[in-house]
Design a binder for this molecule. Sequence first.
Ligand SMILES: *[C@@H]1O[C@H](CO)[C@@H](O)[C@H](O)[C@H]1NC(C)=O
Ligand SMILES: *[C@@H]1O[C@H](CO)[C@@H](O)[C@H](O)[C@H]1NC(C)=O
Ligand SMILES: *[C@@H]1O[C@H](CO)[C@@H](O)[C@H](O)[C@H]1NC(C)=O
Ligand SMILES: *[C@@H]1O[C@H](CO)[C@@H](O)[C@H](O)[C@H]1NC(C)=O
Ligand SMILES: CC(=O)N[C@H]1CO[C@H](CO)[C@@H](O)[C@@H]1O
Ligand SMILES: [Zn+2]
Length: 296
Amino acid sequence: MEFFLGFLIFCAATTSALPALGSGNLSKPFMNTGHTPWNAGGVTQFPIHSSCNATQRRQIELGLAEAVDLAAHARDHILRWRNESEIYRKYFGNGPSMEAIGAFEVVVNGDKNDVLFRCDNPDGNCDLEGYAGHWRGENGTKETVICDLSYETRRSLSTMCGMGYTISGSETNTFWASDLLHRLYHLPAIGQNWVDHYADGYHEVIELATENVTLSTHDSETLQYFALEVYAHDISIPGIGCPGEQHGDKHEDETGDANFGESQPSATTATSKASSTTVDVPANCHTHEGGELHCT
Ligand SMILES: *[C@@H]1O[C@H](CO)[C@@H](O)[C@H](O)[C@H]1NC(C)=O
Ligand SMILES: *[C@@H]1O[C@H](CO)[C@@H](O)[C@H](O)[C@H]1NC(C)=O
Ligand SMILES: *[C@@H]1O[C@H](CO)[C@@H](O)[C@H](O)[C@H]1NC(C)=O
Ligand SMILES: *[C@@H]1O[C@H](CO)[C@@H](O)[C@H](O)[C@H]1NC(C)=O
Ligand SMILES: CC(=O)N[C@H]1CO[C@H](CO)[C@@H](O)[C@@H]1O
Ligand SMILES: [Zn+2]
């Protein structure tokens, strides 16, 4: 009390002595918790294993940076528009928006301990045709292996809506960003064993939003499709995007615009399917629509 009164008088008398106070023991409460701040040991960058050489590391880092951009924009779109967004309602129906916001935010700002990307093919799965990477499952729940096929095929988000890509007609793993978002959701530290696969492919994702809406905000594919569609619509071709052929008729005006010439594929163009039909799929893996291999 005596100090407090003295402090007030001191302050009233002169402000020039404030720097001396600041460098005094105002920091004591923190020192009482030990020598570390509350967030000691936090990891803000995605760890990449030493088995990745310089080129691999750089591509994975750029891909992860794009995954964070993709997730951050998806979050921001929902924060701005909530369910006033037609794209929100398309993917998440009448579901509340908090879960989806959190699912994106954990990718952007969640701690990156217990995440590891490696390049040394420890389980041999990269030797299987069509494998661009996999979650190690029981062999390493924190670890994701990236295979050579990723470096050859995954695209930058800067190519969004180009080369025939549409949201409804192309695979979500076209881009590094969405492919890595999917892989991150398999890691307990990010997906929390809560984000999972409840729908496979665009059509099932759209159905989920009306038939099982509570699953949609933690469905891995729904989160990917939503993030891609709002990125295309808000960033790549503002106000237009490249949704492709839509369920029902009410969105068709958005795709009927002929101004996009060569970059806008006809809605009936089939997407190339990975030649996976003859591949041996390990017991703990399954093939998604479009040939994407996924291991648990
Ligand atoms: C890294 O490894 C990949 C695949 O093994 C190889 O193609 C590439 O040339 C390597 N890069 C460097 C810089 O050694
Ligand atoms: C949108 O959200 C509000 C509450 O924030 C809710 O009352 C309304 O029913 C929702 N509309 C749709 C179409 O989901
Ligand atoms: C885990 O390792 C075993 C034995 O090497 C292998 O058969 C299995 O496919 C691996 N699991 C994954 C998900 O790679
Ligand atoms: C909705 O989800 C529940 C729980 O996973 C499942 O049992 C049910 O079959 C689903 N219904 C539809 C129409 O997808
Ligand atoms: C300026 C000042 O008084 N600093 C003291 C703050 O408290 C620590 C530990 O209690 C002392 O070592 C400092 O001298
Ligand atoms: Zn998966």
